[in-house]
Write a protein that binds this ligand. Structure first.
Ligand SMILES: *Cc1c(COP(=O)(O)O)cnc(C)c1O
Length: 384
């Protein structure tokens, strides 16, 4: 069997559009141009498509349809959640976050810090896990929000967000979960898990880019946010602008498929990741795995190849789509803050690869990719 290259080992950066999702999007783009806000048949048809998608997205997230606000992606959802909550406060307060956050959370929180908000960033352990007791210890009387990611986007660790949500609920502090890498991939139920707000994205789960959602809890307690985009009042006034109907329909279908296939995909991904790790461990005995072996996103591996610069490895492997970390520019990037947070030194942090397989990765892809990776590591270790 021939392997199609490049072999995609970068499914944490984005995922390919599922052809079945494209199939439901095409008629929307081709035949249904209606504006869901229009008071006539073509508008109603578009609105019905959006509401059906909202049901799928809500079911996948463990929410009611009325708790789902469509956005352009997780970055926008995060901005709406954090700034929208901060704007409801009479003055600056305190926010608890962690050292493991994605830049969309980090930069949004920095902009709140510029407005006078007090920020505490909770450390993680060497496995890249946040201890709920550390979150509890960081809470202050004026803490207005805790923001945490569910699955870390570099090292793939799965955080104990249910326990952290219990801590937050006891103290009456809302929890925002950045679930861009979690929804549709691991068991998660926004309502039952005690979340106040949750951001997620379509393109991380085989849906189209440019679509995302924010879960805004409506009961026990009801969350209120200030809109960040002014205009026609779409999405309960929280997110104005004509809806991206095709993108939303695609996200709905991606969510529906993820619900149906989640366990099967996870089993497949775990098996392939085991195969990958076994192959590289056999070929490069001093490789080590970062993050947590147990609490990890199925299909994700984060590996340290001692003495080999990750940027050289990536350049030596043009037939693999590989990344050293969060999607960033080329050149000589600063070592990842997440890797420093789990205790790596700067040199080791530059010798790591983030590997994430996808639902359509095959055992042949893994054999090819692991084999070429081993060869490249060996030749670079020799030529160091
Ligand atoms: C990808 C990602 C985001 C941003 O999502 P977009 O939809 O691309 O804006 C936020 N948080 C995490 C953890 C991510 O992996």
């Amino acid at each position: 069997m021939t392997v199609r290259t490049p072999v995609d080992l970068d499914h944490l950066a984005t995922t390919p559009l599922d052809p079945r999702v494209l199939e439901v999007m095409l008629p929307v783009l081709r035949d249904h141009h209606g504006n869901p806000a229009s008071p006539h048949a073509s508008g109603w048809a578009a609105a019905a498509l959006v509401e059906r998608a909202r049901e799928h997205v809500a079911a996948c997230a463990g929410a009611e349809p009325s708790e789902i606000i469509f956005t352009s992606g997780a970055t926008e959802s995060i901005n709406l959640a954090l700034k929208g909550l901060a704007d409801m406060s009479s003055g600056p307060g305190h926010i608890v976050t962690t050292v493991l956050e994605h830049s969309s959370v980090l930069r949004t929180i920095e902009s709140l810090a510029d407005r006078g908000w007090d920020i505490t960033s909770v450390p993680c352990d060497r496995d890249g896990i946040i201890d709920p007791a550390e979150v509890a210890a960081a809470l202050k009387p004026d803490t207005r929000l805790v923001s945490l990611n569910a699955v870390q986007n570099e090292i793939g660790t799965v955080q104990p967000w249910r326990d952290i949500a219990s801590v937050c609920q006891e103290r009456g502090v809302p929890l925002h979960l950045d679930a861009a890498q979690a929804v549709g991939k691991i068991p998660l139920h926004a309502t039952d898990d005690g979340l106040a707000l949750m951001s997620f994205s379509s393109h991380k789960m085989y849906g189209p880019k440019g679509a995302g959602a924010l879960f805004v809890r409506r009961r026990d307690p009801r969350m209120t946010l200030r809109r960040q985009i002014d205009g026609g009042g779409q999405e309960r006034g929280l997110r104005s602008g004509t809806l991206n109907v095709a993108g939303i329909v695609g996200m709905g279908e991606a969510c529906r498929l993820a619900m149906e296939e989640r366990e099967q995909r996870a089993d497949h991904l775990r098996n392939l990741a085991d195969q990958f790790l076994a192959a590289i461990t056999a070929g490069v005995p001093d490789v080590s795995l970062n993050g947590c072996a147990r609490r990890r996103l199925p299909g994700s591996l984060h590996c340290l190849f001692p003495g080999v610069r990750a940027d050289r490895l990536i350049r030596a492997l043009p037939k693999l789509s590989l990344s050293a970390g969060a999607a960033c520019g080329s050149g000589d990037p600063a070592p990842s803050a997440v890797l420093l947070a789990i205790g790596l030194d700067a040199e080791d942090a530059r010798s790591c690869l983030r590997i994430c397989l996808g639902k359509d990765t095959t055992p042949e892809d893994v054999t090819y990719a692991a084999g070429s990776l081993v060869d490249a590591v060996r030749s670079l270790q020799v030529n160091w």
